[in-house]
Design a protein around this ligand. Sequence first.
Ligand code: DGL
Length: 268
Amino acid sequence: MKNPIGIFDSGLGGLTGYRALRRLLPGRTLLYFGDTARVPYGTRSREVIRRYSVQDANFLLSHGVCAILVACGTASSNALDLLEQTFSVPFVGVVAPAAEQAARVAENGNGRVLVLGTSATVATGAYERAIHALDPKIRVRSAACPLFVPLVENGHTRKGDVAATAIAEEYLLPHADFRPDAVLLGCTHYPLLAEVLSAVLPGPVLISAGEASAKAMASLADSLPPSDGVPSDAFFTSDDPTLFRREASRFLGAPPDAPVHHVDIEKY
Ligand code: DGL
C-alpha cells in the first residue's frame, strides 16, 4: 500500500466521498478517518473546527498519505486554508468542486442555487463566494440545516419518515418560491436525505458535495506519487469501531470491506 490517499470527515458523512472515490480510483489505497467521538463539527466555533481539522490531517499523514480529501463541508469551509498552509501534501475540499457543479446546472437553468449546509459552513459564505467567483450573475441563497446531521446519524433518512419530512419542510419550504435549479448539499451527510428532500422540494438537481470532491481528487490522481496498485483500505474512528462498522453500512450500502481501527485523535 504505497502512497495512499487520506479522507476525513467529522463522522460518517464523508463516506459519501469515500464511496465515490473508491469507484473512481480502484487501484489506490484509501484511508478514511471519521471523528465520530467529536461529531458534529457544524455547531462548533471556527477555532475548534480548525484545531480538529489539523489533528485529523496530522493523523492521516502519520500513515503516509500523499494527498487528503477533506470530505466535510464544515472543515472545508472553515479550515482548508489552514491545512494548505500547515502541510505540504495537496488537499481537495468539497466547496470548489460542488460549487462548480452547481454553477454549471444554474447556468443551464434560471441561474439559481440553494445551498444547504451546517451552521458553521453557512456562516462562512464559502459556497456563495465559490459560485460567484465562477459566475457573479448566479443568485445564491443559503440555509443552515443544523438538524439534518442528527437525523442522518440516527437513521431518519427514508422517504416518508415523519421527523425528517417535517424538518426538511421547515428548512426548504421557505425557499420554494426561489425555484432553485440546483440544491447544493453542502454537507456530506445530506445525500442520505436525498429522497426526503426531493419529496419536499421536487424539481431541482441535487448536488452531492462528497461526490463532487471525489471527482476532483480522482482527476488529481495522475499527478500524485504512484501507488503499487494493490489497494488495502482501512477505516479509523475516534469512537467505537463496532459502532462505526454498523453505522457505516448505511452510507456505503454494505458493511465496510476493510478493517476498522480505533484512534486516540487527541494525541495528534
Ligand atoms: N459531514 C459534515 C459536513 O460536511 C457535517 C457534520 C458535522 O456537523 O460534523 O459538514
